[in-house]
Design a protein around this ligand. Structure first.
Ligand SMILES: [Zn+2]
Length: 373
Protein backbone atom coordinates (compact mmCIF):
# COMPACT_ATOMS: atom_id res chain seq x y z
CA UNK A 1 0.00 0.00 0.00
CA UNK A 2 0.99 3.65 -0.42
CA UNK A 3 3.40 2.58 -3.17
CA UNK A 4 3.40 5.93 -4.92
CA UNK A 5 4.35 8.06 -1.94
CA UNK A 6 8.01 7.77 -1.14
CA UNK A 7 10.01 7.99 2.04
CA UNK A 8 7.30 7.55 4.70
CA UNK A 9 7.52 3.85 5.58
CA UNK A 10 6.68 4.31 9.23
CA UNK A 11 3.39 6.21 8.97
CA UNK A 12 2.41 4.03 6.03
CA UNK A 13 3.04 0.88 8.07
CA UNK A 14 0.84 2.23 10.88
CA UNK A 15 -2.00 3.06 8.50
CA UNK A 16 -1.71 -0.20 6.57
CA UNK A 17 -2.07 -2.13 9.79
CA UNK A 18 -5.20 -0.19 10.79
CA UNK A 19 -6.73 -0.75 7.35
CA UNK A 20 -5.94 -4.47 7.46
CA UNK A 21 -7.48 -4.76 10.91
CA UNK A 22 -10.63 -2.95 9.75
CA UNK A 23 -9.96 -0.03 12.09
CA UNK A 24 -9.51 2.69 9.46
CA UNK A 25 -12.57 4.67 10.52
CA UNK A 26 -11.35 7.00 13.24
CA UNK A 27 -9.75 10.42 13.70
CA UNK A 28 -6.12 11.03 12.82
CA UNK A 29 -3.57 13.77 13.19
CA UNK A 30 -0.89 13.61 10.50
CA UNK A 31 1.90 15.86 11.74
CA UNK A 32 5.41 16.63 10.55
CA UNK A 33 7.36 19.05 8.34
CA UNK A 34 5.84 20.78 5.30
CA UNK A 35 5.94 19.10 1.93
CA UNK A 36 6.70 15.53 3.03
CA UNK A 37 3.50 13.82 1.85
CA UNK A 38 0.88 14.20 4.58
CA UNK A 39 -1.87 15.26 2.19
CA UNK A 40 -0.71 12.80 -0.48
CA UNK A 41 -1.01 10.05 2.11
CA UNK A 42 -4.44 11.24 3.28
CA UNK A 43 -5.75 11.17 -0.30
CA UNK A 44 -4.25 7.74 -0.92
CA UNK A 45 -5.76 6.51 2.33
CA UNK A 46 -9.19 7.76 1.19
CA UNK A 47 -8.69 5.86 -2.06
CA UNK A 48 -7.62 2.61 -0.42
CA UNK A 49 -10.54 2.43 1.98
CA UNK A 50 -13.08 3.31 -0.72
CA UNK A 51 -11.59 1.43 -3.68
CA UNK A 52 -13.95 -1.02 -5.36
CA UNK A 53 -11.15 -3.55 -5.86
CA UNK A 54 -8.81 -3.08 -2.93
CA UNK A 55 -5.97 -5.51 -3.19
CA UNK A 56 -2.91 -4.39 -1.33
CA UNK A 57 -3.80 -0.76 -2.01
CA UNK A 58 -6.04 1.22 -4.34
CA UNK A 59 -6.32 -0.09 -7.90
CA UNK A 60 -6.33 3.46 -9.34
CA UNK A 61 -8.77 2.35 -12.05
CA UNK A 62 -12.22 2.07 -10.43
CA UNK A 63 -14.80 4.87 -10.42
CA UNK A 64 -14.11 5.60 -6.75
CA UNK A 65 -10.36 6.07 -7.29
CA UNK A 66 -11.05 8.27 -10.32
CA UNK A 67 -13.49 10.45 -8.42
CA UNK A 68 -11.00 10.94 -5.58
CA UNK A 69 -8.29 11.78 -8.11
CA UNK A 70 -10.53 14.43 -9.61
CA UNK A 71 -11.69 15.71 -6.19
CA UNK A 72 -15.31 14.90 -7.02
CA UNK A 73 -16.07 11.95 -4.73
CA UNK A 74 -19.27 12.72 -2.78
CA UNK A 75 -17.94 11.03 0.37
CA UNK A 76 -14.49 12.60 0.42
CA UNK A 77 -14.16 16.20 1.56
CA UNK A 78 -11.11 18.36 1.61
CA UNK A 79 -10.96 21.49 3.75
CA UNK A 80 -8.08 23.94 3.52
CA UNK A 81 -7.35 27.50 4.64
CA UNK A 82 -8.80 30.19 2.38
CA UNK A 83 -9.53 33.89 2.63
CA UNK A 84 -12.97 34.59 4.12
CA UNK A 85 -15.31 33.63 1.27
CA UNK A 86 -19.09 33.97 1.29
CA UNK A 87 -20.57 30.47 1.21
CA UNK A 88 -24.08 29.06 1.39
CA UNK A 89 -25.15 26.44 3.95
CA UNK A 90 -24.47 23.78 1.35
CA UNK A 91 -20.92 25.04 0.95
CA UNK A 92 -21.48 26.71 -2.45
CA UNK A 93 -19.43 29.84 -3.12
CA UNK A 94 -21.63 32.87 -3.63
CA UNK A 95 -19.09 34.82 -5.71
CA UNK A 96 -17.84 33.46 -8.98
CA UNK A 97 -14.28 34.74 -8.49
CA UNK A 98 -14.03 32.97 -5.11
CA UNK A 99 -15.17 29.73 -6.73
CA UNK A 100 -12.53 30.23 -9.44
CA UNK A 101 -9.76 30.73 -6.88
CA UNK A 102 -10.71 27.54 -5.08
CA UNK A 103 -10.92 25.68 -8.37
CA UNK A 104 -7.41 26.86 -9.30
CA UNK A 105 -6.16 25.50 -5.97
CA UNK A 106 -7.81 22.12 -6.66
CA UNK A 107 -6.39 22.01 -10.19
CA UNK A 108 -2.93 22.49 -8.74
CA UNK A 109 -3.53 19.66 -6.28
CA UNK A 110 -4.56 17.37 -9.13
CA UNK A 111 -1.12 17.84 -10.65
CA UNK A 112 0.67 17.15 -7.39
CA UNK A 113 -0.58 17.08 -3.80
CA UNK A 114 2.86 18.22 -2.66
CA UNK A 115 2.47 21.66 -4.13
CA UNK A 116 -0.20 24.17 -3.18
CA UNK A 117 -1.16 27.32 -4.95
CA UNK A 118 -1.12 30.04 -2.30
CA UNK A 119 -4.16 32.25 -1.84
CA UNK A 120 -3.16 35.89 -1.96
CA UNK A 121 -4.75 37.17 1.25
CA UNK A 122 -4.57 36.05 4.86
CA UNK A 123 -6.19 32.68 5.21
CA UNK A 124 -7.90 30.51 7.81
CA UNK A 125 -10.28 27.59 8.13
CA UNK A 126 -13.53 29.33 8.93
CA UNK A 127 -16.44 27.98 10.94
CA UNK A 128 -18.85 27.85 7.99
CA UNK A 129 -16.68 25.15 6.40
CA UNK A 130 -16.75 23.11 9.59
CA UNK A 131 -20.55 23.44 9.79
CA UNK A 132 -20.92 22.22 6.22
CA UNK A 133 -18.83 19.17 7.07
CA UNK A 134 -20.82 18.51 10.20
CA UNK A 135 -24.06 18.51 8.20
CA UNK A 136 -22.58 16.00 5.75
CA UNK A 137 -21.27 13.76 8.50
CA UNK A 138 -24.81 13.16 9.74
CA UNK A 139 -25.39 10.86 6.78
CA UNK A 140 -23.82 7.54 5.94
CA UNK A 141 -21.58 7.48 2.85
CA UNK A 142 -23.41 7.77 -0.49
CA UNK A 143 -21.40 5.31 -2.48
CA UNK A 144 -18.16 4.58 -0.66
CA UNK A 145 -17.39 2.47 2.38
CA UNK A 146 -16.37 5.35 4.53
CA UNK A 147 -16.72 9.09 4.58
CA UNK A 148 -13.34 10.81 4.62
CA UNK A 149 -12.80 14.36 5.79
CA UNK A 150 -9.33 15.80 5.30
CA UNK A 151 -8.53 19.07 7.03
CA UNK A 152 -5.29 20.46 5.63
CA UNK A 153 -3.26 22.76 7.88
CA UNK A 154 -5.70 22.15 10.71
CA UNK A 155 -3.78 24.62 12.89
CA UNK A 156 -5.30 27.35 10.71
CA UNK A 157 -8.79 26.72 12.13
CA UNK A 158 -10.15 29.85 13.77
CA UNK A 159 -10.98 29.53 17.48
CA UNK A 160 -14.69 29.21 16.67
CA UNK A 161 -14.01 26.62 13.99
CA UNK A 162 -11.76 24.58 16.30
CA UNK A 163 -14.32 24.64 19.11
CA UNK A 164 -17.11 23.61 16.76
CA UNK A 165 -14.98 20.85 15.30
CA UNK A 166 -14.19 19.51 18.74
CA UNK A 167 -17.84 18.43 19.00
CA UNK A 168 -17.39 16.27 15.91
CA UNK A 169 -14.25 14.69 17.30
CA UNK A 170 -15.99 13.94 20.58
CA UNK A 171 -18.56 11.75 18.87
CA UNK A 172 -17.35 10.90 15.40
CA UNK A 173 -19.68 8.70 13.33
CA UNK A 174 -18.43 5.13 12.95
CA UNK A 175 -18.55 5.44 9.14
CA UNK A 176 -16.08 8.34 8.98
CA UNK A 177 -12.33 8.76 8.89
CA UNK A 178 -11.29 12.26 9.85
CA UNK A 179 -7.74 13.29 9.01
CA UNK A 180 -6.16 16.50 10.22
CA UNK A 181 -2.79 17.49 8.82
CA UNK A 182 -0.48 20.00 10.45
CA UNK A 183 3.08 21.23 10.40
CA UNK A 184 2.62 22.81 13.80
CA UNK A 185 0.67 20.73 16.29
CA UNK A 186 1.52 23.13 19.12
CA UNK A 187 -1.04 25.51 17.60
CA UNK A 188 -3.85 22.95 17.91
CA UNK A 189 -6.10 22.67 20.94
CA UNK A 190 -4.81 19.88 23.24
CA UNK A 191 -8.39 18.58 23.36
CA UNK A 192 -8.32 18.13 19.58
CA UNK A 193 -4.94 16.38 19.63
CA UNK A 194 -5.98 13.99 22.40
CA UNK A 195 -8.95 12.77 20.37
CA UNK A 196 -6.85 11.84 17.35
CA UNK A 197 -4.52 8.99 16.59
CA UNK A 198 -1.21 10.76 16.07
CA UNK A 199 0.73 9.73 12.97
CA UNK A 200 4.16 11.26 12.61
CA UNK A 201 5.66 12.11 9.20
CA UNK A 202 9.37 12.72 8.79
CA UNK A 203 11.66 14.64 6.46
CA UNK A 204 12.24 12.59 3.30
CA UNK A 205 15.82 11.38 2.71
CA UNK A 206 17.43 13.51 -0.01
CA UNK A 207 18.32 10.45 -2.08
CA UNK A 208 14.62 9.61 -2.45
CA UNK A 209 13.75 13.20 -3.37
CA UNK A 210 16.54 13.22 -5.95
CA UNK A 211 15.23 10.01 -7.59
CA UNK A 212 11.66 11.35 -7.61
CA UNK A 213 12.73 14.57 -9.34
CA UNK A 214 14.66 12.66 -11.99
CA UNK A 215 11.92 10.09 -12.62
CA UNK A 216 8.83 12.28 -12.46
CA UNK A 217 10.06 15.73 -13.39
CA UNK A 218 12.88 14.79 -15.76
CA UNK A 219 15.35 17.04 -13.96
CA UNK A 220 18.98 16.41 -14.77
CA UNK A 221 20.97 14.66 -12.05
CA UNK A 222 23.08 17.57 -10.82
CA UNK A 223 20.11 19.91 -10.46
CA UNK A 224 18.00 17.16 -8.86
CA UNK A 225 20.71 16.43 -6.33
CA UNK A 226 21.20 20.06 -5.39
CA UNK A 227 17.51 20.83 -5.09
CA UNK A 228 17.05 17.70 -2.97
CA UNK A 229 19.85 18.87 -0.68
CA UNK A 230 18.49 22.42 -0.36
CA UNK A 231 14.94 21.17 0.17
CA UNK A 232 16.00 19.63 3.44
CA UNK A 233 13.56 16.73 3.37
CA UNK A 234 10.64 18.56 1.76
CA UNK A 235 9.46 17.13 -1.55
CA UNK A 236 7.30 20.21 -2.12
CA UNK A 237 10.27 22.55 -1.72
CA UNK A 238 12.40 20.37 -4.03
CA UNK A 239 9.73 20.41 -6.74
CA UNK A 240 9.41 24.15 -6.39
CA UNK A 241 13.17 24.62 -6.57
CA UNK A 242 13.52 22.50 -9.67
CA UNK A 243 11.64 25.10 -11.69
CA UNK A 244 13.17 28.02 -13.57
CA UNK A 245 14.07 30.30 -10.65
CA UNK A 246 16.25 27.59 -9.28
CA UNK A 247 18.44 27.47 -12.37
CA UNK A 248 18.75 31.24 -12.27
CA UNK A 249 19.68 31.17 -8.57
CA UNK A 250 22.31 28.52 -9.15
CA UNK A 251 23.82 30.47 -12.03
CA UNK A 252 24.02 33.59 -9.88
CA UNK A 253 25.62 31.64 -7.02
CA UNK A 254 28.23 30.24 -9.38
CA UNK A 255 28.82 33.78 -10.72
CA UNK A 256 29.46 34.89 -7.14
CA UNK A 257 32.03 32.11 -6.74
CA UNK A 258 33.64 33.30 -9.97
CA UNK A 259 33.64 36.86 -8.68
CA UNK A 260 35.37 35.68 -5.50
CA UNK A 261 38.01 33.83 -7.49
CA UNK A 262 38.68 36.76 -9.81
CA UNK A 263 38.13 39.43 -7.19
CA UNK A 264 35.56 40.98 -9.48
CA UNK A 265 33.41 43.49 -7.62
CA UNK A 266 31.48 44.53 -10.72
CA UNK A 267 29.80 41.12 -10.86
CA UNK A 268 28.62 41.26 -7.29
CA UNK A 269 27.22 44.78 -7.77
CA UNK A 270 25.39 43.63 -10.89
CA UNK A 271 23.83 40.67 -9.08
CA UNK A 272 22.94 42.83 -6.07
CA UNK A 273 20.85 45.06 -8.38
CA UNK A 274 18.26 42.26 -8.49
CA UNK A 275 17.53 42.76 -4.82
CA UNK A 276 17.15 46.53 -4.59
CA UNK A 277 13.95 47.48 -2.70
CA UNK A 278 14.01 43.94 -1.29
CA UNK A 279 12.67 42.40 -4.48
CA UNK A 280 13.16 38.69 -5.25
CA UNK A 281 13.64 37.60 -1.65
CA UNK A 282 13.16 33.90 -2.40
CA UNK A 283 15.73 34.07 -5.19
CA UNK A 284 18.25 35.59 -2.80
CA UNK A 285 17.57 32.88 -0.18
CA UNK A 286 18.10 30.22 -2.83
CA UNK A 287 21.41 31.85 -3.82
CA UNK A 288 22.58 31.76 -0.20
CA UNK A 289 21.56 28.09 0.00
CA UNK A 290 23.50 27.35 -3.16
CA UNK A 291 26.56 29.08 -1.79
CA UNK A 292 26.33 26.98 1.40
CA UNK A 293 26.17 23.83 -0.72
CA UNK A 294 29.11 25.01 -2.79
CA UNK A 295 31.28 25.39 0.30
CA UNK A 296 30.01 22.09 1.69
CA UNK A 297 31.08 20.54 -1.61
CA UNK A 298 34.51 22.14 -1.29
CA UNK A 299 34.84 20.31 2.01
CA UNK A 300 33.50 17.02 0.62
CA UNK A 301 35.65 17.20 -2.49
CA UNK A 302 38.84 17.04 -0.49
CA UNK A 303 37.73 13.52 0.52
CA UNK A 304 36.60 12.42 -2.95
CA UNK A 305 33.94 13.31 -5.49
CA UNK A 306 31.26 10.68 -4.68
CA UNK A 307 29.08 12.72 -2.35
CA UNK A 308 29.32 16.18 -3.88
CA UNK A 309 26.23 17.94 -5.24
CA UNK A 310 27.83 20.07 -7.95
CA UNK A 311 28.77 17.01 -9.98
CA UNK A 312 28.76 19.08 -13.18
CA UNK A 313 31.32 21.54 -11.77
CA UNK A 314 34.11 19.32 -10.53
CA UNK A 315 36.70 21.32 -12.47
CA UNK A 316 35.65 24.50 -10.79
CA UNK A 317 35.73 22.88 -7.35
CA UNK A 318 39.25 21.66 -8.05
CA UNK A 319 40.31 25.09 -9.24
CA UNK A 320 38.82 26.68 -6.13
CA UNK A 321 40.64 24.23 -3.85
CA UNK A 322 43.93 24.81 -5.70
CA UNK A 323 43.58 28.52 -5.15
CA UNK A 324 42.57 28.58 -1.50
CA UNK A 325 43.37 25.33 0.36
CA UNK A 326 40.57 26.23 2.67
CA UNK A 327 40.23 24.35 5.98
CA UNK A 328 37.12 22.50 7.21
CA UNK A 329 37.00 24.91 10.12
CA UNK A 330 36.72 27.94 7.85
CA UNK A 331 34.06 26.20 5.82
CA UNK A 332 32.00 25.57 8.93
CA UNK A 333 32.34 29.24 9.73
CA UNK A 334 31.26 30.18 6.20
CA UNK A 335 28.16 27.98 6.42
CA UNK A 336 27.22 29.75 9.67
CA UNK A 337 27.80 33.11 8.00
CA UNK A 338 25.45 32.17 5.15
CA UNK A 339 22.77 31.01 7.58
CA UNK A 340 23.09 34.31 9.42
CA UNK A 341 22.75 36.23 6.14
CA UNK A 342 19.55 34.33 5.38
CA UNK A 343 18.15 35.17 8.79
CA UNK A 344 18.97 38.85 8.26
CA UNK A 345 16.65 38.94 5.25
CA UNK A 346 13.69 38.58 7.61
CA UNK A 347 14.63 41.78 9.44
CA UNK A 348 14.52 45.41 8.37
CA UNK A 349 17.57 45.46 6.17
CA UNK A 350 18.34 46.26 2.54
CA UNK A 351 18.72 42.92 0.87
CA UNK A 352 21.22 44.10 -1.71
CA UNK A 353 23.46 45.23 1.15
CA UNK A 354 23.14 41.83 2.84
CA UNK A 355 24.41 40.23 -0.35
CA UNK A 356 27.32 42.66 -0.76
CA UNK A 357 28.26 42.32 2.90
CA UNK A 358 28.09 38.51 2.62
CA UNK A 359 30.43 38.72 -0.35
CA UNK A 360 33.00 40.74 1.62
CA UNK A 361 32.76 38.39 4.57
CA UNK A 362 33.24 35.37 2.32
CA UNK A 363 36.23 37.03 0.69
CA UNK A 364 37.78 37.74 4.07
CA UNK A 365 37.36 34.12 5.14
CA UNK A 366 38.65 32.40 2.04
CA UNK A 367 41.77 34.57 2.10
CA UNK A 368 42.27 34.32 5.85
CA UNK A 369 44.08 30.97 5.99
CA UNK A 370 42.38 30.56 9.35
CA UNK A 371 44.09 33.55 10.98
CA UNK A 372 40.97 35.54 11.85
CA UNK A 373 39.23 32.61 13.54
ZN1 LIG B 1 -10.05 1.85 -7.00
Amino acid sequence: MFRLIKGQQQPHATLTQLINEGKAGQSYLFYGPAGVGKLATALEFAKIINCKHPDNGADETCSSCHKIDSFSHPDVDLIFPTPKFDVSDEGEYKKKEDQQQVQAYIEQLKLTPYERMPFGKSTAIHIDKIRTIQRKLRYRPNEGNCRVVIIVQAEEMTVQAANAFLKTLEEPPSYAAIILTTTNDSRLLPTIISRCQRVRFNAIPSQIIEEHLIQHYYIETALARISARIANGSMAKAIQLSKTDFIEARKMALDIIDALMKDNLATIRRIAQNFVNNRNEELLKDILDFLAIWFDDVCRYTHGSETISNIDHEDKLQEFLDMYQISDRIIQNIVLLLEESKRMLDGHVHHELVLINTYYELRKRIHSKGIFL
